[in-house]
Design a protein around this ligand. Sequence first.
Ligand code: COA
Ligand code: AMP
Ligand code: ZN
Length: 437
Amino acid sequence: MNNQEEYYQPEIETMPRKELEQLQVQRLKKTIEIAMQSPFYAKLYKEKGITPNTIKTINDISKLPFTTKEDLRNNYPFGLVATDMKNLVRLHSSSGTTGNPTVIVHTQKDLDNWANRIARCMYMVGVRNTDVFQNSSGYGMFTGGLGFQYGAERLGCLTVPAAAGNSLRQIKFIRDFGTTALHAIPSYMSRLYEVFVEQGLDPQKDTKLRTLFIGAEPHSDEQRKRIEEKFGAKAYNSFGMSEMSGPGVAFECKQQNGMHVWEDSFIVEILNPETLQPVPDGEYGEMVITSIDRDGMPLIRYRSRDLTRVIPGECPCGRTHKRLDRFRGRTDDMLILKGVNIFPMQIEKILMNYTQLSSDFLITLFTTGENDEMTIEVEINELISDRYEDLEKLNKAVTRALKDEILITPKVKFVEKGSLPRSDGKAVRVKDLRQKF
Ligand code: COA
Ligand code: AMP
Ligand code: ZN
């Protein structure tokens, strides 16, 4: 797709729902056929007697078993690969050095589809090849980096891969290169604004920013509006997850009232997390999602653990693809800090490597100035040494090991045995005191 107009695809984006469902059925059948080339799905579907013919209508998807993060971990790294290794061109992996990380691999066609989807999202809110797009997402394994990079290049934007961190440099780039569109984690937008102000700058007057893409962590509509006021730019919610390639799964249109989930690439179900039965549109539940245009490693009925709902009714923009509401949390204990996903278990595993430390710890998330931070208080066993230098050395080693595992830098505090709060005798693990506007 080189023609600019093709990034708006009315024949797909406004396709009547009946036709869209037919397209989904056809792609789901094909996906089952592809998935069965992988050791994981071949075994699972053979055991359950599932073939592409199991699917006659879209509702037949409920006949298929779920896929979970544990399945990805247990079949690490390539047990769900559905094609010859020679066809794979990219691998993304979650963090996690203690347990098996999750790995997602792509063929060139998968990457092309992903880039086209992001180009479609950006085009939808008015970004064109005359825009200068800057990406403050982490690169490397974070899918918000390369994902947006290729999407923006596909659209023809002059693309600035600034990557995460170094706010002064971000601001210099925004000003020097005339950045008009920026992708950032919503909590980072607040930090960035703080640095603008510290420099005596006003992003409304001193930049050309017009469009902001914010996502990768939950945020309120209030928070979006505050970001828009501070930057004098429109901020659009962007949802993605690495298991579904990355960003570009669901995206707000100019109405800013829910994110259209691209149903030519994904089938989304919202299920009651306990009964695992569908809930009606408008009700919250866990999103279960199936990729229907991936060849390298399709995932079928993947339990996202994210809670959201389908916004009932039609969108005035004319697009027929369902709209997802803001995400309301998760059904597991995953935390998102600075756009990085963290499980308390990762922290526990690291702390357990140190005999000086007990297994009782408390994670506190809080905001200082405009920075989100994490403190980990951990009870120390009998003092092996109370020499300041020894404790300082231990603290440095623990902090380093934690940073290697969770990719952000926590503040580690050693506290006396028995001093952390307990409820029903058990240690309380997480306190989230972050200011959410
Ligand atoms: N995105 C971009 N930059 C961020 C950020 C975020 N979410 N959160 C913090 N930063 C900035 C900080 O403001 C700081 O720069 P500054 O002091 O010049 O303002 C710099 O990154 C380092 O932050 P600090 O809090 O000291 O570091 P950390 O070791 O705890 O975290 C990060 C390191 C920020 C690099 C890491 O959290 C990260 O890579 N986050 C981005 C994740 C991402 O892109 N997710 C998208 C997934 S699709
Ligand atoms: P990752 O796999 O690192 O891209 O992280 C994916 C997870 O980030 C999702 O499962 C959500 O929990 C969260 N997430 C991504 N985008 C958003 C968003 N726009 N709003 C709320 N949560 C989000
Ligand atoms: Zn719309």
